[in-house]
Design a protein around this ligand. Sequence first.
Ligand code: SF4
Ligand code: SF4
Length: 286
Amino acid sequence: MKAKIYFRGSLTSCNYDCPYCPFSKNRDSAETLAKDRAQIEAFVEWVREQGEIGEHSLSVFFNPYGEGLTHRWYRTAMTELSHMKHVKKVAIQTNLSGRLDWTSELNRDKAAFWVTYHPGQVSEEKFLQQCNKLYEQGIAFSVGSVGLIRAFEPLLSLREALPKDVYMWVNAYKDRANYYSAADIALLQSIDPHFHINAVDYDSRGKSCDAGYNVFYVQGDGRVKRCYKDRQVIGNLYRDGLDALSKRRPCRMNCCDCYIGYIHMPELKLENVYGDHLLERIAVTR
Ligand code: SF4
Ligand code: SF4
C-alpha cells in the first residue's frame, strides 16, 4: 500500500508563546518527554520493519502539539526515515526556531518542512536566516502563517524577502464570520495564489475521503483515529497493521476545514495543485 501517516506523540510544549496557542511556553515534564521520545522511536522502528517486510511505501508527516525539532529524537527520526528506501517522504510542522546544522544529514530527495511563521515571536531577519539554511541546501519547505489582519504587513514583507520560488501559504482566519473584506482577500491571494482553497469549509458528510483508507492519523501509542477531526479510533497501528486498518470510510463530519484533512478528499483533486509535495504544502502550480 502507498500510505500517508500523520504521527503525533505525547509532546505538548513549545519554545514560543503565541497568545492563541494552548502549548505556548508550556513545559512538559521529564516523564512526558521520555514518553514522547519512546513513542517516536517505536514508530521509526515500526517503519523500518515495514521496509523489511517490503509491503508498503510510506510518507510520514509529524504534526506534534508544540515544537518537535528542539528535541533530538525528532531530528534523528527525520534523518533516519529520510534514508529508508521504502519511505517516500518525511515532513514535519515546525516553527524552525531550532538549530539546523543536523539538516545536512538529511536525504534531500525525501525530507521536507512545513514551516510556520509567527511574526510576534521571531524577527523577520532571524526567520529568513533559518529559511535560507534550508534553501541553500535544496531542502524542500513551504512557509506560511495565519492570515490575521494584524499580520498582513509582516506577511507581505516576508513574501517580498523570501526567494521567489519558495511557496508561501496563508491559512484563512475562520473564527469570525465575514472577517475579510474583498480587498483583504485580494491581498492574501497575492501572497498565496491558493488562498481561496483554504478559505472554504468543505461540505464533507457522507463524502469519500482517503482518511482511514490510505491516510492514517496515528497517536503516540499507535491508536489510529478516523482523521484529524473525527476522533473515533479505528484500531492500533502496531497491533493491526495497515492492511487490516484500511477501509473506505465516508466522512462523518459536517465539514472539513483543515488542510491536513481536506487534501485527502478525492473530489478536490488537490494533487493537481501540490503534486508530490501535498503533505508539506508546496504548490507546484502558482
Ligand atoms: S509556534 Fe506553534 S506550537 Fe508553538 S506556541 Fe506558536 S502556535 Fe503554538
Ligand atoms: S473531516 Fe475531512 S479528513 Fe476527516 S473524514 Fe471528513 S473529509 Fe476526511
